[in-house]
Design a protein around this ligand. Sequence first.
Ligand SMILES: NC(=O)C1=CN([C@@H]2O[C@H](COP(=O)(O)OP(=O)(O)OC[C@H]3O[C@@H](n4cnc5c(N)ncnc54)[C@H](OP(=O)(O)O)[C@@H]3O)[C@@H](O)[C@H]2O)C=CC1
Ligand SMILES: Nc1nc(=O)c2c([nH]1)NC[C@@H]1CN(c3ccc(C(=O)N[C@@H](CCC(=O)O)C(=O)O)cc3)C=[N+]21
Ligand SMILES: [Mg+2]
Length: 297
Amino acid sequence: MGHIINGKQLSAEVLQQVAADVAALKAELGVTLGLAVVLVGDDPASQVYVRNKVRQAGEAGIRSIEHRLPADTSQATLNALVDSLNHDPKVHGILVQLPLPDHLDEDDIIAAINPDKDVDGFHPLNVGALAAAQPGLVPCTPLGCMIMLQQAHGNLSGKHAVVIGRSNIVGKPMAALLLQASCTVTIAHSRTRDIAAVCRDADILVAAVGRPELVKADWIKPGATVIDVGINAIERDGKRKLVGDVDFVDVAPVAGAITPVPGGVGPMTIACLMKNTVTAARKQLSDIQPAVAVGQS
Ligand SMILES: NC(=O)C1=CN([C@@H]2O[C@H](COP(=O)(O)OP(=O)(O)OC[C@H]3O[C@@H](n4cnc5c(N)ncnc54)[C@H](OP(=O)(O)O)[C@@H]3O)[C@@H](O)[C@H]2O)C=CC1
Ligand SMILES: Nc1nc(=O)c2c([nH]1)NC[C@@H]1CN(c3ccc(C(=O)N[C@@H](CCC(=O)O)C(=O)O)cc3)C=[N+]21
Ligand SMILES: [Mg+2]
C-alpha cells in the first residue's frame, strides 16, 4: 500500500506560514491583505469552493471581499468591476471564479486583471513568465502539486513525469513547473495513443483530466508517485460522492505515494491561493515603497 499524501495537513502547514507572513506585513507596514473573489452565477460547485476560499482567507488573516453577480451579468459590467478592483489599494489579489457563463469571454476578463493582482496566475503575462522561468504568479493547483511532490519525493531531477491533461489552468502550467524542476516531462491528452503504456513509464503521474476514476492500476509503474487533481461529483449507491481522476482503491496498492480525493490537491490549491496573495502583496507594496524592506520567505 502506497503512502497517502495528506493534503489537508500539508495545506494547514502552508496556511500557517501564510498567516505568519500576513501578520508580519501587518506589523511592519500596517497593511491588511485583501483578496477579492468574483463569482458570476450560482453554480453550486463554485459556491462550495468560494465558501472554502473565504474561510481559509479568514484563518490566514486575509480580508476576503466577495462579489456575487447574477448569471446574466454583461461583459462590460464584469470588466468594470475588475477595473475597480485593479485600482483598489485594499485589494491585493483578484480571483474570478471559472468557468464563466457562456456569454462571457473568459480570455478577455483574465486579460483585464492587473497581472500583479492575478493570484490565479492566468494572465498572459504570468503565463509567459512561467514559460520563460521568470518571476511571476504561478497557478495555485500546479503550485500545490509541486509542494506535495517535493514533500513526498524530495529531488525531482531526472524523473519521468507524465501529466494527463493540457488545460491552461492545470496541465500546461503543471508541465512547465515539472520541467523547471528538471523532470523529463510528457504531456498526455485525449489524442494520446496507448495512454496506459505512456503512463506506465512515469515515475510521477499527475492526472488532470476530469474523468472519474479513469486511471487504473495497470497504468502505474510500481512505486510511482500519483497526484490526482480531478474533482468529480458522481452518484454511487444513491449518494453524491467526490472522486478523482484516479481509481484510488485500485491504484493505491501499486503506487509508492498517492493523493486522495477529497483531502489531497483541493485543499493545497486553496492554501496556495493565500500564498499567492502574499506574493502579490509584497510585490505591490515594494513597488510603492521601494525603500521599505517587505518581508520575505
Ligand atoms: N483540485 C483542484 O484544485 C482543481 C481540480 N480541477 C479538476 O481537475 C480536472 C481537470 O481540470 P481542467 O484541466 O480544468 O479540465 P479540462 O477539461 O480543461 O481539461 C481536461 C484535459 O484532459 C484531457 N482528457 C479528457 N479526456 C481524456 C481521456 N479520456 N484521456 C486522456 N486525456 C483526456 C483533455 O484532452 P484534450 O485537450 O485533447 O481535450 C484535456 O486536455 C477536473 O476534474 C477539475 O474539476 C481543476 C482545477 C483545480
Ligand atoms: N479562477 C479559478 N481558480 C481556481 O482555482 C478554480 C476555479 N476558478 N474554478 C474551479 C476550480 C476547482 N477548484 C477547486 C479548489 C479547491 C477544491 C477543494 O478544496 N476541494 C476539497 C473538497 C471540497 C468539497 O467537499 O466539495 C477537497 O478536494 O478536499 C476543489 C476545487 C479551484 N478552481
Ligand atoms: Mg465562457
